[in-house]
Design a protein. Sequence first.
Length: 285
Amino acid sequence: MSHAAHPTRTDTACRNCGTPAPLAYCPACGQDTAPHPPTLWEFLHEFVGHYVAFEGKLWRTLRLLVGRPGALTAEYLAGRKARHVLPLRVYLSASFLFFIALKLGGAALQAGAPVVLGSGPVQGAMSAAQRQELLAEMGCPATGCPGFRGVVVSVVEASSSEVRRREVGARMLAAAPYLVFALVPVYAAWLKLVYRRRRMRYGEHLVFAFHLHAFAFLALLVGLGPGPAAWVPLIGIPLHGVLALRRVYGGAWWATVARAVLLSLLHGLVLGAGAAGLALQALHG
């Protein structure tokens, strides 16, 4: 990079804090000391770096997260933190990439096949007979359907037109990252309950929860691909969860599998309730 593009400095004081800074970065605050205007690449790097862990240690983090289930959590809990991306940031990075990919592919999904539930696709307005048939298939009375199944029916009815489906889908997709993020601490609470005899602090369980959800987002990201890629999250997430639990918490294999199933059921119930809430909010928002 030429000196013409970067004018020579006339002083060695940091423009941010005033500390003597003769080198490229201020030793006190870390700000770049070059006086040149920022380039487009610097703008892009700053933007991506704010949302994604865009640094060299990212690759070391990913190798442990994907290649050795539970090892990243074990490293963090052992005090080896500086060499890896922090748990919250690796979670936000994976979440950001997944939901961006999902949003980019959302238009194609919304413009594709109609909603399918029960015996066949639902197109246009549902007639009374179609609604009763759907309720019967779901085991609900013809006069109404309280609870979660009623929410599903309401979503189908309200989303029967293509335009309405797009509106509801866009609202749910926009709120989904916040819902999942809010439920990560809940999953950590389930961990503390299931592994209460380990006498671990809640924060340690939260680290595991962030790492596990980060891997789930990466697996789901791969699952957005065509063909056999759809099987990656279906197989990878449960297998990774069991192996990670075994590495971090120890215990017999049968006990680990049993706890993994229990955790999946508990978290699935909470996630289902949250999804129902999102559906209601999207319908009436």
